[in-house]
Design a binder for this molecule. Structure first.
Ligand code: ADE
Length: 245
């Protein structure tokens, strides 16, 4: 997979890409990331990327020309063009799963008071938001997106297990984890985890995962893939699933 990120502050993203998992993925060539400075697509000597909003109001709006030129020069057959904006579809593991099969993604980072609407109308396939709050620009959102997407690209996370066991992977939260020492300040690790019995450990983890999801994010259970065993365990916690009742 290759990702082109178009931004007026590419240096915000540079340091982030060097960090462990992403840096390794890039070194292994499982993922290619190119940072593109929007000012390189302005054409003029002054490299102007923004202007005042028509109709008045505070702040500056990113001009349509440079963003459209950037997309036109980077786009290939099958590219997915994303605009990071608080107006977009909320990023979720489902969205990431869908995007993880793409070969090429172009990400446009918004800034200031917005992006000229004609960019979204003519060049963007999907508008994505990372949450219901406003960042000063799309760069941090791009980092969040790439970090979570990279985990789903084959070869990026060494052991396939660590992805399938992630929170949200089957629409469930991850079970609790423990490491040495087995007893810390009198707080003992659950005995089953020290038992060496893999079937018991797997069952314990599944139940903790179900229990946690039921207590903290019951909304996720609606779309989780649940076995009969899972459903009867959830019933013991007081969960009423549609299929059972
Ligand atoms: N740009 C500003 N706020 C954002 C958000 N919440 N998600 C994505 N891009 C943004």
């Amino acid at each position: 997979m290759e990702i082109d990120i178009v931004s007026i502050f590419p240096e915000i993203i540079t340091g982030f890409l060097g960090h462990s998992l992403l840096g390794k993925a890039i070194d292994k060539k499982a993922l290619g990331v190119n940072l593109r400075n929007l000012r390189d697509y302005t054409g003029g000597r002054h490299r102007v990327v923004d202007d005042v909003p028509f109709g008045g109001g505070p702040g500056m709006v990113l001009k349509p020309g440079p963003l459209m030129k950037a997309v036109d020069s980077l786009k290939r057959d099958g590219s997915l063009v994303i605009l990071l904006t608080p107006q977009g579809t909320l990023l979720s593991q489902d969205v990431l799963k869908r995007h993880s099969s793409k070969e090429h993604i172009i990400m446009l980072c918004g800034r200031y008071e917005g992006v000229d609407e004609r960019v979204a109308e003519t060049r963007v396939d999907e508008e994505i938001s990372i949450g219901d709050y406003v960042l000063s620009g799309g760069e941090v959102a791009a980092c969040v997106y790439i970090d979570s997407l990279a985990r789903l690209i084959p070869g990026v996370v060494g052991d396939g297990e660590s992805v399938t066991g992630d929170s949200f992977y089957g629409s469930l939260l991850k079970h609790p984890q423990y490491t040495r020492p087995a007893d810390y300040e009198g707080l003992a690790v659950p005995a089953v985890l020290l038992s060496g019995n893999h079937a018991d450990i797997a069952r314990w983890r599944r139940e903790r995962s179900l229990e946690r999801t039921f207590r903290k994010r019951p909304d996720l259970l609606e779309k989780a893939e649940l076995s009969r065993e899972d459903r009867s365990f959830l019933q013991t916690l007081g969960h009423r699933s549609k299929e059972v009742n």
